[in-house]
Design a protein around this ligand. Structure first.
Ligand code: UDX
Ligand code: ADP
Length: 461
């Protein structure tokens, strides 16, 4: 089937950027992105393209070029489904917060709703593409719903997991390492291959069976997260032994078998994928009785939780075992630089811990506003003692955030933090002025020359 009309359900961090690139690269295809969230769709349609709801370098230009031409954002979900030959499902699949599999299994209610909606609306044959990260064999459940509740039309299911990373989404979509398409029907697979072949060379488009494709996505995220937890585990050893984790990472990364990427020690990984996907893998392994496999991967998450707690604990310990009433400035709230996404950000857990110790937390992030910070904390707060309303202040100016603080914690690796007037910041702080660099981005030597008591992750400063 030559595809001329696509619908994507879900205008989030995956659906939005992916469809913008498909529309930009395939002017002959009409791409309609639908979402139930009216506010989000309104933002995607904002006349000022800089106000689209997702911040990604280069994305607003892409959207500006295709929007209104062959890229459309709408809340008319049913119309979008009806008109499309191919439907991408890009809805969220958070970890379950209730019932069986609570805290581990992926919550598939949004996926199921989508499948039921597609089945009830579709009047002609359609290809349904899973874009969201899903447990292995979800395609089977989707197919089952479609076939049993539909109008007798034919559905082909494909798995096409997205490997883009936030902050580099546009670049990753334009030049992917690979595109993965899993399916059982050669014609349906070829229809999707043809779309990507408009800008990706065919040797980078891999086709597999459905289950391999679904499992590859979980495996890729598990391996990446495992590398971060591995280097973070070593960062603690470095702090005790006098080794420097940056030097160790460089030394091992030059071994071509290991490679240099994803070896940056940090306050801990965040983002909507890593933890969720590993827990999902752990749940799948457990449900097949593979306890050793489950324990092996669960340790990656346990290590990450430890790293976040350890960072917060170090702040308390260094500040003479009490942060009660002390202003601690957070530089960064997003889970990584160049994104406004805060899901599972390490900053949230560190703040939660310090608030329980009665600290006054002052937050500045170049792309995250007050509403989001308060939402994140209200959702995660483990104890009402933390008194978020009173003890958290969100600033629009980094110098104001740091002024009068006892300590600064760098939680996100935004480039601009490196270029601040650190002498000015030092002069405005209580002394001794402490800096805890949770991202190893600041120049330790210079910071110490200014007078800071400086500590980073994975070295014995
Ligand atoms: C990840 C995968 O990279 C991507 O392929 C998948 O599609 C979605 O999940 P993302 O979560 O957007 O992407 O960002 P990523 O760059 O992988 O970073 C995840 C977390 O790990 C961030 O908090 C980041 O700061 C942290 N990290 C990453 C480190 O602490 N050290 C590193 O060396 C690399
Ligand atoms: P991701 O990072 O996976 O893209 P997001 O949470 O950013 O996740 O985006 C998922 C989007 O899917 C949300 O905007 C949500 O409103 C939308 N969504 C969820 N279920 C449905 C549905 N049944 N129909 C339309 N949109 C949906």
């Amino acid at each position: 089937m030559k595809i001329t009309s696509i619908c994507c359900i879900g205008a989030g961090y995956v659906g939005g950027p992916t469809m913008a690139i498909i529309a930009q690269k395939c002017p002959h295809i009409k791409v309609t992105v639908v979402d139930l969230n009216e506010e989000r769709i309104a933002a995607w349609n904002d006349p000022d393209v800089n106000n689209i709801p997702i911040f990604e370098p280069g994305l607003s230009d892409m959207v500006g070029e295709a929007r209104g031409r062959n890229l459309f954002f709408t809340t008319e979900v049913e119309k979008g489904i009806d008109e499309a030959q191919m439907i991408f499902i890009s809805v969220n699949t958070p970890t379950k917060t209730y019932g069986l599999g609570k805290g581990m299994a992926a919550d598939l209610k949004y996926i199921e709703l989508c499948a039921r909606q597609i089945a009830s609306v579709a009047k002609d044959n359609k290809i349904v593409v899973e874009k969201s990260t899903l447990p292995v064999r979800t395609a089977e459940a989707v197919k089952n719903i479609l076939d049993n509740t539909g109008n007798g039309v034919q559905f082909q299911i494909l798995s096409n997991p997205e490997f883009l990373a936030e902050g580099t989404a546009v670049e990753d979509l334009l030049n992917p390492d690979r595109v993965l398409i899993g399916g059982n029907d050669a014609q349906a697979i070829e229809s999707l291959v043809e779309i990507y072949a408009n800008w990706v060379s065919r040797d980078k488009i891999l086709t597999t069976n459905l289950w391999s494709s679904e499992l590859s996505k979980l495996t890729a995220n598990a391996f990446l997260a495992q590398r971060v937890s591995s280097i973070n585990a070593l960062s603690e050893v470095c702090e005790k032994t006098g080794a420097d984790v940056n030097e160790v990472a460089r030394a091992i990364g030059m071994d071509s078998r290991i490679g240099s990427k994803f070896l940056k020690a940090s306050v801990g990984f965040g983002g909507s994928c890593f933890q969720k996907d590993i827990l999902n893998l752990v749940y799948i392994a457990k449900s097949y009785g593979l306890d050793e496999v489950a324990d092996y991967w669960e340790q990656v998450v346990i290590m990450n939780d430890h790293q976040k707690r350890r960072f917060a604990h170090k702040i308390v310990q260094t500040l003479y075992n009490t942060v009660s009433g002390k202003k601690i400035a957070f530089l960064g709230w997003a889970f990584k630089k160049d994104t406004n996404d805060t899901r599972e950000s390490a900053a949230i857990d560190v703040a939660d811990y310090l608030l329980l110790e009665q600290a006054k937390v002052a937050v500045f992030d170049p792309k995250v506003g007050e509403k989001q910070v308060r939402y994140d904390l209200a959702y995660s707060a483990t104890n009402e003692l933390s008194n978020i309303d009173k003890n958290v202040t969100v600033y629009q100016d980094p110098y104001e955030a740091c002024k009068g603080s006892h300590a600064i914690a760098v939680l996100t690796e935004w480039d601009e933090f490196k270029n601040y007037d650190w002498k000015r910041i030092f002069d405005s702080m209580h002394k001794p002025a402490f800096v805890f660099d949770g991202r190893n981005i600041l120049d330790a030597k210079k910071m110490k020359e200014i007078g800071f008591v400086f500590s980073s992750v994975g070295s014995a400063y």
